[in-house]
Write a protein of this length. Structure first.
Length: 158
């Protein structure tokens, strides 16, 4: 008689998980378990195909084809961004963020805070929709030699 599979209990949170100890099962029991699972999945597949046939029949009765009714799935591929391939990245309407900041600060009568610069950039024709525009402005101000820091958070044109 074959050994019975023991249940392994994991310690940790209040939730317990049950795993079969495969080392205690013999080959015949493993094969039987796999065969039961394959049979179960085949039955489920048959039921789903029957349901799909019913849905297609209902769509045909309504005058829609199955190809039209099924929405195209968006396939994500590695390395692709969510942007349109026809659109190019880079300066907005010929202006870089640095040039936009220079024009804003040159028109200002006194040094400006980063928060105010971000508002001014959003109101200008730069047109970035980035949720990280404040970080981008901070980087441009700190790395570009055209800007001088007056004191913490205040910048002017050099």
């Amino acid at each position: 008689m074959a050994k019975r599979a023991k249940k392994a209990v994991t310690r940790g949170k209040a939730r317990r998980s049950v795993r079969l100890r495969l080392d205690l099962l013999d080959v015949a029991e493993l094969k039987a378990a796999v065969d039961r699972r394959v049979s179960s999945l085949a039955d489920e597949r048959t039921q789903l195909l029957a349901r799909l046939a019913d849905v297609n029949a209902q769509l045909a009765a309504l005058g829609a084809s199955a190809a039209v009714a099924a929405p195209a799935r968006k396939v994500k591929t590695a390395g692709k961004t969510g942007r349109d391939p026809g659109k190019t990245r880079g300066p907005r309407q010929g202006k870089t963020l640095g040039n936009t900041l220079v024009s804003i600060l040159e028109s200002a009568t006194e040094p400006m805070r980063v928060k105010d610069l971000v508002k001014a950039v959003r109101n200008s024709n730069y047109g970035s929709r980035s949720p990280h525009l404040r970080s981008m402005v901070n980087q441009a101000l700190s790395k570009d030699d055209r800007f001088r820091k007056v004191r913490r958070g205040l910048y002017r044109v050099a």
